[in-house]
Design a protein around this ligand. Sequence first.
Ligand SMILES: C[S@@+](CC[C@H](N)C(=O)[O-])C[C@H]1O[C@@H](n2cnc3c(N)ncnc32)[C@H](O)[C@@H]1O
Length: 316
Amino acid sequence: MTDSEFAWLCEFLRKRSGLALSAEKRYLAEGRLGAVCRRHALPDLGTLVRRLMAGDPRLETATIEAMTTNETLFFRDACPFNHVRDVVLPALQSARRAERVLRIWCAGASSGQEPYSIAMLIDEFRPILPGWRFDILATDISGEMVERGRSGLYSQFEVQRGLPIRLLLKHFARQGDRWRLSDRIRQMVTFKTHNLLDPCQHFGQFDLILCRNLLIYLDRPTKGAVLEALHRQMRPDGFLMLGATETAHGVSDLFDADPDRRGLHRSSKAAARAVSGEKVMRPVAVSSAPVRTRPAALEPVQRPPLRLVTQKTANG
Ligand SMILES: C[S@@+](CC[C@H](N)C(=O)[O-])C[C@H]1O[C@@H](n2cnc3c(N)ncnc32)[C@H](O)[C@@H]1O
């Protein structure tokens, strides 16, 4: 692959999936796309790029899928799930007591461990939320990951990563050398292939959106556009959960980060003012300064009587 072919590939990936691939990551592209070449009987990466330039849709999908990083695990980082249990669910339990419906979107759900972790967590709340409906939408750009999530089948290695043994025994059954998630939990989650750069209004609005460990792969303008799209799909009093190393701060002023609960965001006052027509949204300067302001909307809430003990992972 020549330098100009590599530059074309970077631009293709940026436009089609938002992936920001730098020259230092060329080795990554060469390794991952080498496998695509072998699978499609192409002699080298240069040929692959030229076929992409010609607009081969099968290779476009294979290339984008190969370049996604799908690392995930059950109850990844533990803390976000504690925040959902201790802050998000109690707040929504009160705010949605008339409707009794909670809609949750896991955007960039990979092979399903994250939405299923949320489903298992919510299942623990069922006794104190009788008659409630929980809709969890799990989307990912990778059709292969979506299929894996939908299957609800996990290897021994996967169920040993982050899943408390109590929940393994409660919700999974052995199937050959794998573990199959119960229909009860699987039915709570709907999987769909979706690129976050595409329109998503048809999904409707959500009370909680998780978009964790995805923004880190995007360049800043794409991050801003994705956050804007997520904000449109979030109910005004809803919650956004980003990854432990991600923040909307410095990228979008539509969200305020909770300074005490890493990753947790709510719609900002600026966003509310923009909606009421008081002020037009403005881009904000990039800053690495820590977020210090506590959003007024994040009031302390009563803990539910139920406790879910999640294993702390190495990252948590
Ligand atoms: C590192 S995984 C994170 C999975 C999960 N959220 C977690 O934190 O464990 C990132 C996922 O985002 C997906 N992804 C990347 N770009 C995307 C895009 N433009 N639209 C939708 N999904 C995307 C990838 O396919 C991948 O499965």
